[in-house]
Structure formats: structure tokens, C-alpha cells
Design a protein around this ligand. Structure first.
Ligand SMILES: [Zn+2]
Ligand SMILES: [Zn+2]
Ligand SMILES: [Zn+2]
Ligand SMILES: [Zn+2]
Length: 269
């Protein structure tokens, strides 16, 4: 819906008052947000409340509509008053913005700290998390043979990064993860959450605890954790069954680049 007349002049009150042509373009909004005005060859930026037309200079705290970012308001009252007019356009643009986030190329994985080749996207097959130093190492480096001075292959079962021996028992692995958790290592927190879900490595099955730990992990930046939170809601493990929430969390994981969640969404939609 365009609010420009045929001659390209915006019909909005402020634009008419100022006798300017605004570049809202393509009917992005009813009401105006930030308008570039070319005045005597100098470009200035004018912002105004979409409801009452009050400018930035009269009300220095115009706030954008957080959902669509298309319009600004001088007050909550103006936002509420403008809502019936704005609702449809706001929802359309918010959905567009969300889709842009969901379908854009996800952020790349980190590089392996040993060979500096980018880590593969599929977890548990192409990389391994080290409970000793918290490094994520590509499988190629984990399985690369090590030789002694005489050229004999040595099976040393050590971390390829810090040379600490692999844990010899589940308990030792959990002990190391607990230490990593103390320094807010997101992957360690996530993995211990998964042990609680399955009741393995000496930990009791506790779905609520698992969910709590996954939430902590995603807050610390391990967005893959949203996948398991999605499954918890989908299956009602530790939380109520809620398919909508499951989709929501899978979408968050997909935005973070998680391939399994992208797959789940593809199957579900
Ligand atoms: Zn206003
Ligand atoms: Zn809006
Ligand atoms: Zn590597
Ligand atoms: Zn290590």
C-alpha cells in the first residue's frame, strides 16, 4: 500500500507540512520513520512520530516499533493509537524480517585449532569436543597418526591439542566436564545436559535439569542447544508438550546454523 501520490509526493502530514518528497518508497509504512530530505544540496535526516507527526526536535526520544522497525513513536499512547492502522503492515514486515533471518546463510563454523581447516557442520561425525582443554578439534586431527623418532606409529590416546590423556572412565569425563562448567564452557554445560536427559555416564535421568542446562548453554552462545530444547517441547520431556514452542526453538537453532533443526523444520513445515 503506497502513501505516495502519483507525483511521488508523500501524502503524510509531516511531508505535506514541510513540502518535501519523502523516500519511504514502495508503501513501506503508514506514518513515517526516517526521511532523507535533500535541501539545498545538503542531506538531513528527519524523524517523526507515525501517529502525531511530532518530530525528533520536539520529542527527542522517538522509539522504533520493535517488531517491524518501520515506524517511530513519541510515546506509548501514540503507538497504541496508531496500532489499528499499523497492525497489518507491521505483521507483514515482521514476518519478512524473520524469514530473512531464518533463510539466510548461517554463520560459518570455527576453524580447527590444529589444522585451521573449517570444522564440518555435522556434529559428532566430523569433530570432537575435548573435555580437557575445551577445544573442538576436527576428526582428521584427532585420528591423524603420531610417530616416534624411529617412524613407528604410536597410539597415545591423548588430546591432539593439549596432549592430556583421554579420560579413562565416564566418571572421569564427567569430572572434567564439571570443571569446564565452572568456567561457563557452553559445550560442557550442554553435554552434561544431554547426559541428564539420557541418565548416562553415572548421572540420573532428569529431564528438567537437562532443559535447564541446555538453556544455560544457549545463553552462553551454543545455539545448537536449541535443538534439544525443541525436542523436549516436542516430546514433553521435562516440560509440557508444545509443538509450537518446539518449532520456535528449532527455528532459533536453524538461525544459528544447526543442520538437524533445519532438517526437522523442513520435515515439519
Ligand atoms: Zn506521537
Ligand atoms: Zn511495527
Ligand atoms: Zn584439524
Ligand atoms: Zn586438550
Amino acid at each position: 500500500m503506497s502513501n505516495e501520490k502519483d507525483d511521488g509526493v508523500c501524502e503524510n502530514k509531516l511531508c505535506i507540512d514541510l513540502d518535501i518528497k519523502c523516500d519511504i518508497g514502495n508503501g513501506l509504512a503508514q506514518g513515517i520513520d526516517s526521511i532523507n530530505v535533500n535541501n539545498n544540496n545538503s542531506t538531513i535526516s528527519v524523524s517523526a512520530c507515525a501517529n502525531c507527526g511530532k518530530g525528533e526536535e520536539e520529542s527527542h526520544k522517538l522509539k522504533s516499533c520493535t517488531a517491524c522497525k518501520l515506524v517511530k513513536y513519541c510515546s506509548r499512547d501514540c503507538q497504541i493509537a496508531h496500532r489499528p492502522q499499523h497492525k497489518k503492515e507491521c505483521r507483514r514486515r515482521a514476518a519478512e524480517l524473520y524469514d530473512e533471518k531464518l533463510f539466510k546463510q548461517p554463520p560459518p563454523k570455527d576453524d580447527c585449532p590444529i589444522c585451521f581447516i573449517r570444522l564440518p557442520s555435522l556434529d559428532s561425525t566430523g569433530w570432537r569436543y575435548m573435555t580437557c582443554c575445551g577445544k573442538v578439534i576436527c576428526s582428521g586431527c584427532c585420528y591423524a597418526p603420531v610417530y616416534d623418532n624411529k617412524g613407528n606409529e604410536v597410539y597415545e590416546m591423548k588430546c591432539a591439542f593439549c596432549r592430556t590423556s583421554y579420560p579413562t572412565s565416564d566418571e572421569e569425563a564427567v569430572e572434567r566436564l564439571n570443571k569446564r562448567m565452572e568456567i561457563n564452557d557452553a559445550i560442557a554445560i550442554h553435554d552434561v545436559g544431554s547426559y541428564y536427559r539420557d541418565g548416562r555416564n553415572g548421572l540420573p535421568q532428569d529431564h528438567a535439569k537437562a532443559c535447564e542446562l541446555w538453556h544455560q548453554a544457549v545463553e552462553l552462545g551454543f545455539t545448537e542447544g536449541y535443538t534439544n530444547i525443541g525436542f523436549a517441547h516436542n516430546n514433553g520431556e521435562g516440560v509440557e508438550v508444545d509443538k509450537k514452542k518446539a518449532m520456535h526453538y528449532w527455528e532459533l537453532a536453524a538461525i544459528g546454523g544447526d543442520v538437524y533443526s533445519r532438517h526437522n523444520l523442513g520435515k515439519t513445515i
